[in-house]
Structures are given as structure tokens and as C-alpha cells.
Design a protein around this ligand. Structure first.
Ligand SMILES: C[S@@+](CC[C@H](N)C(=O)[O-])C[C@H]1O[C@@H](n2cnc3c(N)ncnc32)[C@H](O)[C@@H]1O
Length: 226
């Protein structure tokens, strides 16, 4: 696949912009093999997850694992899923260097069968599916969240078109795109975020969603019996 010529941002941890699509593993394997990927975790994820008691987490499209490795270092039991074997190898290596470990799964997110309700935290960071792919993917993502568990989604805002993220505006996010995307979850935060990377002069525009799956309510007779 030939990457379209799109300006890259020197501030964007996800450069090159043209590479930030849901294209196949060859492009990402090459990207990760040729250029170091950022190692700092997403600051918004850090802010939101830090108060939580660690449990099980899955980082969907984890790449070289900047978020997965940070989570593992905080005591989370992390599974990283990606189609890039190079990215997954780097994630495992970085985890080992940090004195921790993650489980990796080489799989396409459109086929990966996460255990239903299997994770206390599900991360979907900088994955930009085409509109026709969203509904099915988002349903899979939501299904993986355990009762009481959280979902973190971040992606480039459409205002970043031409600066960062995929060159196709249809793949970029707005608050409206995510507002009704996870009907089984309760959205706690949904906002445009300018705080990630980019520097104070040229912040990147993200859309961030933080949602929780409601706990399963006790049946009345069960509650009385306790
Ligand atoms: C922009 S990188 C983001 C990596 C990481 N989430 C982060 O925020 O640093 C996109 C990653 O998603 C992976 N990816 C994209 N589409 C995928 C799919 N359908 N199935 C599995 N991995 C996918 C790519 O291989 C790549 O590693």
C-alpha cells in the first residue's frame, strides 16, 4: 500500500499522519521497524486510570505498547492485541525491560474474540476505523468491558485533518461520532482534548471517551437473602 502524501506533525507522537489508519500489518511492521515509536503513555489515560484498582486490561491496537507497558507497570494484567508482530515484539521487550510483562495476541480487531465482559479496562487508542467498520468494531469493544469496568477511547479529532491521523476525514473523530457509539455503557466523559503532546503552541486535537459498564444489579430476592 502506498501511503498518501500528507503533512506530518513534528509534535505528533503518532507521525507519520498518513500511516495512522487501519491498514494491514505490513505498513505498521515497517513503520515500527524503521522509526522508534513514542514510549510515553497517553497522559489522559494516565489521569483517568491512576485512581483505579488494577485488574485485567486489554489494549486493542496496542502497537509497541506505550499504554500497555505503563498499565502493566501499575499492576494491571495486560493483554495487547495488534496485527503488527513487530509492534507486539517491541511491546513485550519494553515490558521485560521495565521488569514486567504483557500477554500479546497477533490478531485483527475485526476478528479478535475478547472474552465477553473479560476486562476491567479496555483501551482503544488511535485506531481510526472507516465509518462502515465502526458499528461492528465498537460493539466488540464494548462487549469486552466487565461490569464496573471502564472503556477508554481516544482518536484524532477531525480538526487535525492534514496535521495528524489518517488523511481520510471520514475516519477521524468528533464528539458526535462517539456520543452514541457504546449504548451499553455509561459515558462519564466525552470531550475534545487538546492536552496530549503537540506542545503548547500546537496542541493536537483528540476526542476522548471514558465510559463505564454499569454493575449488574442484584435481583431483589438475592439482595434480601444476603
Ligand atoms: C496509530 S497506531 C496506535 C498504537 C497505540 N494504540 C498507541 O496509541 O500508541 C495504530 C495501531 O493499530 C494497529 N491496528 C490498526 N488496525 C488494526 C486492526 N484492524 N486490528 C489490529 N490492529 C490494528 C496497527 O497495527 C497499529 O499498531
Amino acid at each position: 500500500m502506498t501511503a498518501p502524501s500528507v503533512p506530518t506533525s513534528p509534535h505528533d507522537p503518532n507521525v507519520p499522519a498518513a500511516a495512522a489508519t487501519t491498514a494491514g500489518p505490513t505498513m505498521w511492521d515497517r513503520r515500527y521497524a524503521e522509526h522508534p515509536w513514542p514510549t510515553e503513555p497517553d497522559p489522559m489515560l494516565v489521569e483517568l486510570v491512576s485512581p483505579l484498582v488494577p485488574g485485567t486490561a486489554v489494549d486493542l491496537g496496542c502497537g509497541p505498547g506505550r499504554n500497555a507497558v505503563w498499565l502493566a507497570g501499575r499492576g494491571w494484567q495486560v493483554t495487547g492485541v495488534d496485527t503488527s508482530s513487530v509492534g507486539l515484539g517491541q511491546a513485550r521487550q519494553r515490558a521485560a525491560e521495565a521488569g514486567t510483562s504483557i500477554e500479546t495476541v497477533l490478531a485483527d480487531l475485526t476478528e479478535y474474540e475478547a472474552p465477553a465482559g473479560g476486562f476491567d479496562l479496555v483501551v482503544l487508542a488511535n485506531i481510526h476505523p472507516a465509518p462502515h467498520e465502526r458499528e461492528a468494531l465498537f460493539a466488540r469493544v464494548a462487549a469486552a468491558v466487565a461490569p464496573g469496568g471502564h472503556l477508554y477511547v481516544v482518536g484524532h479529532h477531525v480538526d487535525d485533518l492534514g496535521r495528524a491521523g489518517p488523511p481520510d476525514p471520514e475516519r477521524l473523530y468528533t464528539e458526535a461520532v462517539l456520543a452514541d457509539a457504546f449504548p451499553t455503557l455509561t459515558v462519564e466523559r466525552l470531550e475534545r482534548s487538546d492536552r496530549r503532546a503537540g506542545g503548547p503552541e500546537a496542541p493536537l486535537r483528540d476526542v476522548v471517551l471514558w465510559a463505564v459498564r454499569p454493575e449488574v444489579a442484584d435481583a431483589p430476592d438475592t439482595a434480601v437473602a444476603r
